[in-house]
Ligand binder design. Sequence first.
Ligand code: SF4
Length: 361
Amino acid sequence: MTDGRPAFLSLTANEAGEAARTAGYAPMHAMRLRRTLLAGGDPMADETVPERLRQAFDARFAWLGTSIVTHSPSSDGSCKILLQLNDGRSVEAVHLPGASAPPHLDTAMRPARAAAGSACISSQVGCAMACRFCASGLDKVARNLTVSEILEQVVHLRRRGSVERIVFMGSGEPTQNLQAVAAALDILRDEAGIGPRHVIVSTVGPASAIDRLTATGRKFTLALSLHSARAETRAALIPTQTKATPVSLLEAADRFAAATGRPFQVEMVLLAGINDGEEESEAMATLLAGRRGHLSAIRWNRVEGMPFETTPWPVANAFVRRLRAAGVSATLRRTVGQSADGACGQLRARQLGLRLEAGAV
Ligand code: SF4
């Protein structure tokens, strides 16, 4: 808890430098403390910074404004943490060790950093998108996360292991908190050694939201959460996005790729009998033909009480094989964290006692 003190990372770099100057020290010492914290280290143990300044900052600021309420390790090595925020709300983040990380990443990112771990982080408390298969949208969105709350997820996870890549695929729709997400991306690049090429930002759309991501000018990888190439099926899965047609979303993704020079990923959560059949793979192959998009499919991570079934491995493999046969770059990701509240938002939902119910699609 912060005891009323502001979180250190809630200051901008300039503000932290100014605080050091006010205390009688060069601003670069404040920069060092920020870098140490963002690397997952303990600023109070950073002996490259004068002890008196460390103590002065320790009295004035909380090094972290969030704390881990619970952590949920999985047998596959991933670990989900539930963070308590300063207002008592909570948010999830997941550490993915090196062996788990590659399937989340586009092929260009995989070979060089194969051993590096990843962080799957949140941008909002809850989510307004209300995807029917996701626990994060059960109680809608409570509020946006601040820049420091986004960064602190990385700090906590770096204290658990290597984090060299970031995926914004936790709770929340990043485009609805774009200012804070963009600011966090810049700090991760400048002060945490994680450049945009090692960041994936996921969105469900609409096309105008993707265009806003493009307009930030940051060259991260875009992940478009499409879930179906068929407009009716997608609208049923994401009832808040009924006007965002797959074609309009892909056209916006094309504009992102043209403007940034970066490829994009198309994300699919495979749900048995809903979007894993031949009709779907044919529609998806038609939609992706000639585009720079890579399709990344993942089997649904079961959420108790929701009216879906996980696509069996043979069906999922066959789905991806059909796409490849049609000339689409496609992979089937391994589901991580299944042994312990693995699905997005499940740990928080359980803590809040939310009822896991959703209408059938
Ligand atoms: S899947 Fe993503 S966009 Fe959909 S409700 Fe969950 S967090 Fe929100």
